[in-house]
Design a protein around this ligand. Structure first.
Ligand SMILES: Cc1cc2nc3c(=O)[nH]c(=O)nc-3n(C[C@H](O)[C@H](O)[C@H](O)COP(=O)(O)OP(=O)(O)OC[C@H]3O[C@@H](n4cnc5c(N)ncnc54)[C@H](O)[C@@H]3O)c2cc1C
Length: 442
């Protein structure tokens, strides 16, 4: 057995040989790891931060969207499966508040620390090996298209992971990009704007809960137009957190001065977005303290550990979720999740929200099946989708569903020796049933 591998001119040791290696510990990555482990596979999950949660926790996005129906009907949960399991377990740990209205649907604010703790506990209880502070660097492939090794970097230096199958849950399609799979970014390169989310503490919650979201938006616009504060985004969100007097603020909009949007996959763009994000967060916090009575005695607790990136690379998949499929609530035989979350497209000049009226669309398995490689699938927001379709499908409720189905799919690949290119969505759904892995609409 080989104990090292040559990369260009140097050798690195092979340290892990799991059945499945999941890269990325966001909602999609942890679900994929857990589903694969529940079918008896030896799973390793690597994550560049020291905790799971990705955009939800490091980016402080702070709410689970996509679990409920939408329209002028009674609010009902329509997405279950692993998303519901995670939500229920957060609830048991007092890590959520009850669903909060969001236009014609609703969402569930949660506590980031409880999210991290729950992810640790679930992964450990399934005997999943976790390597935090481990950054994917490079993939090695053979002539058949198999990813034979993932070269990563951690405190020890560089080492190799040789797994039978790989899940790219990096959000940025890092592995697919690295093996030269085709990817694209948004609509002709224009992606949704990043947001630096921040948390306010010592908010008067009684007053906050009586303050209408519209009135905050109106005051933001007024203050910006009067030149009192620099507040580029007028349609802002603020949600109560379980910690009694804390509010999560999704308010900033980060663009370059010429209106172009920084991309989350360039160090120059990310540095600009982090610094500009913190400046804007401070400006919005000062505005809230001065102009919104619930925040009179409040203070800014912190910003996200990283700026929130809604969209970076999308893979070219066996199926691309089209905008029309979302608008027309299209159903699929290989659905791995329902979604009634609106198209919520954060542009550089506006925020476009289009609700699904009393209906939902399906996310087909094939949107996560790249057209390259034979032992690799993706999960989460780097799915194959048109710009507006992704502006709906990318939310956490759906990422949980995507990850769980992909965890099942890689297990099926291992059990039946099927290449990722040959997998059929319906077979993945059948395999989930056989192994009591609940699909997200069961
Ligand atoms: C500003 C903002 C607000 C949002 N608001 C909401 C909301 O209110 N509700 C909601 O449901 N959704 C919201 N979303 C969307 C949602 O948070 C994300 O789309 C979803 O969490 C994506 O999950 P994911 O697992 O696909 O990717 P991510 O959460 O991005 O996870 C990817 C993981 O991979 C890790 N990783 C990346 N590269 C590497 C590497 N090279 N090596 C090792 N690890 C790596 C990352 O650190 C990360 O943990 C928001 C997103 C943003 C940006």
């Amino acid at each position: 057995m080989k104990t090292s591998i040559h990369i260009d001119a140097y050798k690195v040791p092979i340290v892990h040989r799991p059945d499945v290696c999941v890269v990325g510990g966001g909602a999609a990555g942890i679900s994929a790891a857990i589903a694969a482990a529940r079918t008896g596979k030896k799973v390793l999950l690597i994550e560049k931060y020291g905790f799971c949660g990705g955009a939800t926790v490091a980016g402080l996005s702070g709410t689970i969207c996509g679990l409920f129906n939408s329209g002028d009907v009674k609010r009902e949960q329509i997405v279950f499966g692993f998303a519901d399991e995670f939500y229920s377990k957060l609830k048991q740990r007092n890590g959520v508040v009850k669903p909060v209205d969001f236009g014609k649907t609703c969402l569930i604010p949660h506590d980031g620390l409880v999210w991290k703790e729950l992810a640790d506990d679930l992964l450990q209880s399934e005997n999943i090996e976790i390597r935090y502070h481990t950054n994917f660097l490079k993939a090695i492939t053979d002539e058949s298209g198999k990813v034979t090794a993932l070269i990563v970097k951690s405190f020890e230096g560089q080492f190799a992971i040789c797994s039978e199958v790989v899940v790219d849950a990096s959000g940025d399609a890092e592995i697919i990009h690295n093996i030269e799979g085709e990817t694209y970014s948004g609509a002709s390169g224009t992606v949704q704007t990043p947001t630096m989310i921040f948390k306010m503490g010592h908010v008067d919650m009684e007053v906050f809960l009586k303050t209408s979201p519209e009135s905050i938006c109106e005051k933001v616009e007024e203050a910006d137009k009067a030149g009192d504060f620099k507040l580029p985004r007028h349609h802002v969100y603020a949600f109560p957190l379980p910690n009694k007097n804390e509010v999560i603020c999704n308010m900033t909009r980060i663009t370059y001065p010429d209106g172009t949007t920084p991309l989350g996959i360039s160090s120059e763009d990310m540095t600009y977005a982090e610094i500009e994000g913190r400046k804007q967060a401070r400006e919005y916090a000062d505005f809230l303290i001065e102009r919104i009575s619930a925040f009179k005695d409040a203070y800014m607790v912190d910003t996200g550990a990283q700026v929130g990136i809604r969209q970076s690379r999308s893979i070219v998949g066996h199926h691309q979720l089209m905008n029309e499929e979302v608008y027309n609530a299209k159903k699929s035989k290989s659905a791995i999740s329902h979604s009634a979350w609106p198209i919520e497209a954060h542009g550089s000049g506006d925020l476009k929200i289009v609700y699904l009226e009393n209906d939902h669309y399906d996310i087909p398995f094939e949107t996560l099946q790249p057209t390259i490689g034979n032992n690799i699938l993706v999960a989460g927001r780097c799915m194959s989708a048109e710009h507006e379709a992704l502006a709906s499908a990318r939310v956490t409720g759906q990422c949980f569903g995507m990850g769980y189905a992909i965890g099942a799919a890689v297990s099926l690949m291992l059990d039946e020796r099927i290449a990722s290119q040959k997998l059929k969505g319906e077979d993945v759904l059948y395999y989930m049933k056989q192994h009591q892995l609940k699909n997200s609409y069961e």
